[in-house]
Design a protein around this ligand. Structure first.
Ligand code: GLN
Length: 264
């Protein structure tokens, strides 16, 4: 912010803070005091060991979503897997997977052109462009693009009528279409499960879920012939990430236990 390193500041204590830098600093403090997430103010957030550009067109990447990455990395996927990410946002899920899984390819879709613009910058920054396709589409149409080996999704799932489920700053600053869903937070899962059972019923699906939603979602999934076959509990003790599979698929082998994100 001052355009000088700590050493330069110590070596040149005769220098004064330029008015412009002071104004920038005051602006940052003011925005933060109003509750704006620091990721938007700084324009970046770390996710699974990589830095992602973010702004108010996308959800700030959350640490609990890193469990989704860990679960996918434990799956027994074919070589060069084709992955579909429904709702790309900043691209943190799609681009992390493509960077972590050798020879994987990802098709990441979003209805929000603003989100796709942010994901586009992150794809360029991470240098994974040739294996990551960003597409403006709704979910149902995306599932018809081609065959996939895996579908991942962090849908909006917060029930707006339950203020205890989110912080006021989250609702004030982050894109509501990425956060809130009708039907008590379950509406997007209904469309997701319906689209999967109709178009990709044999493809494993990994989603993030909201606090306390596993039971209701399991009941909803069963009406589409899907069942949870693996559940990851986050560091707050909340059932957070679920692998869903058709009831007609065999259970996947047990995961290795206690694996942590290990990107260097
Ligand atoms: N986990 C986020 C939150 O609680 C919500 C993300 C989502 O709706 N997918 O703020």
């Amino acid at each position: 912010m001052l355009g000088a390193t700590e050493a330069q500041l110590i070596a040149h204590d005769e220098r004064t803070v330029p008015a412009e830098a002071r104004e920038r600093f005051d602006e940052v403090v003011r925005r933060r005091a109003e509750g704006e997430p620091s990721a938007y103010i700084l324009g970046r957030r770390e996710f699974y060991g990589r830095s992602f550009e973010v702004d108010s067109r996308v959800l700030v990447p959350r640490p609990e979503t890193e469990h989704l990455i860990s679960l996918v990395l434990e799956l027994d996927l074919p070589t060069a897997p084709r992955i579909l990410d429904l709702g790309v946002g900043s691209g943190c899920i799609a681009l992390t997977l493509v960077a972590e899984i050798p020879r994987s390819r990802v098709w990441a879709v979003d209805r929000s052109l603003g989100a796709l613009a942010v994901a586009w910058r992150n794809r360029r920054n991470l240098g994974v462009g040739e294996r990551a396709h960003l597409i403006a589409s709704d979910w149902d149409r995306a599932l018809r693009l081609r065959e996939f080996d895996l579908v991942v999704c962090n849908p909006p799932y917060i029930d707006r009528s339950q203020p205890s489920e989110f912080q006021p700053e989250v609702a004030a600053f982050e894109p509501s279409e990425a956060l809130f869903a009708e039907e008590g937070g379950l509406a997007d899962y209904s469309s997701l499960f319906a689209a999967i059972s109709e178009r990709a019923s044999q493809v494993p699906l990994v989603t993030e879920i909201g606090r306390g939603q596993l039971e209701e979602l399991t009941a909803l999934a069963s009406t589409y012939d899907l069942r949870p076959v693996r559940v990851v509990v986050d560091y707050a003790g909340i059932e957070r990430v679920v692998l869903w599979q058709s009831r007609h698929n065999p259970l996947p082998p047990s995961p290795p236990s206690g694996k942590m994100p290990s990107h260097g």
